[in-house]
Ligand binder design. Structure first.
Ligand code: URA
Length: 443
C-alpha cells in the first residue's frame, strides 16, 4: 500500500489536484488523534482555500468529519431541523422550533453560540432562568421523540474534527471558503440525525456571505452534499442588511420571540421569515401536502396558542422557568436607557449590521475572548427599520445598559451614528426578505 504523508497531500492540493478519500481520511484522523502538527493542518487548509475542492472531495471531507464523533440517527421524514449561517438579531430558531413542533415536526436542534459579530441561539436561551442547554445525547434523542423539540449546544462528542479545524481556520484567514464551510456546517447538522434540513443562508453586511453570488455557491454546495447523504434540503437566501426583528441582545430577543409566539408583530420580517422557514420544515416532515397548507398550519399554531404552549413545554422540560412567558421581569433587562437619535430628517437607507454586532460586544453582550461570560441584560432595540421615515432627533434605537456604562455608551453612540446609520432624503424601498430558494425536492 502507498505510504501517505501530510507533506505529499499538501503538495498535491497546492498543485490543484484532487485529493482521494484515503488522503482526506488520513488528514482528519491525524487532526483528531493530534498526530498532525497544526502547521501542516493549516498549510493544507490554506491550499484548499486557494485551490478549492470538488463536490466529491467536499462530501468525503464532510463524511469523515461527521464520523469523527457520535452520530445520532432518527428514522422517518418527520425529523427536520433548520440552520442559519448567522446574523444580527437572528432569533428565528426560537420561533420556528415551537411552531414546527406544534405542527407535528420532530426537531433535533443542536445550536451554536455567538460567532464573531453574530449572535447564537444557545446564548440567547441561557437568558431564561434555569434553562439547560447541556443535555446528554440519549436524553436529547428521547426529548425530540417525545416532545417534538429539544435544543442543546454543540458538544465535544459531535464532529470533534470540526472543533479543531474551525479554531485553526478562525486564526488563519480560511473561514470564508465554500467547501470548508460546507463540511463544517454539514458535519454538525448531519450528526444530529435530522432527515430534512432547512437552511437560511444570510446575505449582506451582517452576514458571512456578503453577496448573492457567493451565497448561491454555498447553497449549491450544501444542496449537493445533502443529496449525497440522502437528506431533503432547501436553502432560503435571505437579507441580512439590517437586524432581523427589532431586538439585538439576549433577554430582549427572547421577549421578542415570546411576543411573536403570542401573535404580535406578525407582519414584520422576523415573524414572516420564521413562519416561512417553519413551513418548509412542516412540508419536509410530510405534515402538510403543500407549502400553502404548511403556511396555514404554521400561522394557525400561533393564532390558536399551540406554538406558545409548545415553547412553554420545552422551557419546562429543559429546566427553565416558564413564568418568564408572562412575567418579563424574569428576563432581566439592564435598567439604564440611552437613545440613538436621528442626526437628520429622512428615510433610513441602511444600517451597518457588523457595527451593531460589535456595539453589542462592547456593551458585554458578546465575547471578545472564547471564555468570556455574556451579559444577557444589555441590548439594543430598533424603533426604526430600513425604509422608515424619521424626523431629526427622533429615536432610531434604544440601548439598554448598566449605570456604570453611561459614559462609554455615549461615546459608542457617537461613533455608531457616524459609522452605522445612513439616511436618505428620498424614499427608500424596504429590503426584500427572501431573495432565492433552492432545493433538491420538488416544492
Ligand atoms: N458556521 C459553521 O458552523 N462553520 C463555518 O465554517 C462557518 C459558519
Amino acid at each position: 500500500m502507498k505510504q501517505l504523508s501530510m507533506y505529499k497531500i499538501i503538495e498535491k492540493k497546492k498543485k490543484a489536484k484532487q485529493l482521494t478519500k484515503e488522503d482526506i481520511d488520513f488528514f482528519i484522523d491525524g487532526v483528531v488523534n493530534e498526530s498532525i502538527p497544526n502547521y501542516q493542518t493549516t498549510a493544507l487548509l490554506m491550499a484548499i482555500d486557494l485551490m478549492g475542492m470538488s463536490a466529491q472531495e467536499t462530501a468525503w471531507l464532510t463524511s469523515k468529519m461527521l464520523y469523527s464523533g457520535r452520530v445520532v440517527t432518527f428514522k422517518g421524514d418527520e425529523f427536520v431541523d433548520k440552520h442559519s449561517t448567522g446574523g444580527i438579531g437572528d432569533k428565528a430558531s426560537l420561533i420556528l422550533g415551537p411552531i414546527a413542533a406544534a405542527c407535528g415536526v420532530k426537531v433535533p436542534m443542536i445550536a451554536g453560540r455567538g460567532l464573531g459579530h453574530t449572535g447564537g441561539t444557545i446564548d440567547k436561551l441561557e437568558s431564561i432562568p434555569g434553562f439547560k442547554t447541556k443535555i446528554n445525547l440519549k436524553q436529547f434523542q428521547a426529548n425530540v421523540i417525545q416532545n417534538g423539540l429539544c435544543i442543546i449546544g454543540q458538544t465535544k462528542e459531535i464532529a470533534p474534527a470540526d472543533g479543531k479545524i474551525y479554531a485553526l481556520r478562525d486564526v488563519t484567514a480560511t473561514i470564508d471558503n465554500i467547501p470548508l464551510i460546507t463540511a463544517s456546517i454539514m458535519s454538525k447538522k448531519l450528526a444530529e440525525g435530522a432527515n430534512g434540513l432547512v437552511f437560511d443562508i444570510k446575505i449582506g453586511n451582517g452576514a458571512f456571505m456578503k453577496n448573492k453570488a457567493i451565497a448561491r455557491k454555498l447553497s449549491k454546495s450544501i444542496i449537493d452534499t445533502a443529496t449525497r447523504f440522502d437528506k431533503k434540503a432547501v436553502t432560503l437566501l435571505t437579507d441580512m442588511n439590517q437586524p432581523l426583528g427589532r431586538a439585538v441582545g439576549h433577554s430582549n430577543e427572547i421577549i421578542e420571540c415570546i411576543e411573536v409566539l403570542k401573535g404580535n408583530f406578525l407582519k414584520e420580517d422576523l415573524a414572516k421569515l420564521s413562519i416561512e422557514l417553519a413551513s418548509y420544515m412542516i412540508l419536509f416532515a410530510q405534515k402538510a401536502t403543500s407549502l400553502t397548507k404548511a403556511r396555514k398550519m404554521a400561522k394557525n399554531s400561533i393564532n390558536n396558542g399551540d406554538a406558545l404552549k409548545k415553547f412553554k413545554e420545552i422551557i419546562e422540560l429543559q429546566g427553565g422557568d416558564s413564568n418568564c412567558l408572562t412575567n418579563y421581569d424574569l428576563l432581566k433587562i439592564a435598567p439604564e436607557e440611552s437613545d440613538i437619535l436621528a442626526p437628520s430628517t429622512g428615510y433610513i437607507k441602511s444600517f451597518q449590521n457588523k457595527e451593531i454586532g460589535y456595539l453589542l460586544i462592547e456593551l458585554g453582550g458578546g465575547r471578545k475572548t472564547q471564555k468570556q461570560k455574556i451579559d444577557h441584560q444589555v441590548g439594543i432595540y430598533f424603533h426604526k427599520k430600513v425604509g422608515d421615515y424619521v424626523k431629526k432627533g427622533e429615536k432610531i434605537a434604544t440601548i439598554n445598559h448598566h449605570k456604570n456604562q453611561k459614559n462609554s455608551v455615549e461615546l459608542l453612540i457617537n461613533k455608531f451614528i457616524d459609522k452605522s446609520i445612513k439616511l436618505s432624503a428620498s424614499r427608500v424601498d424596504r429590503p426584500t426578505l427572501i431573495y432565492d430558494i433552492y432545493s433538491n425536492q420538488k416544492i
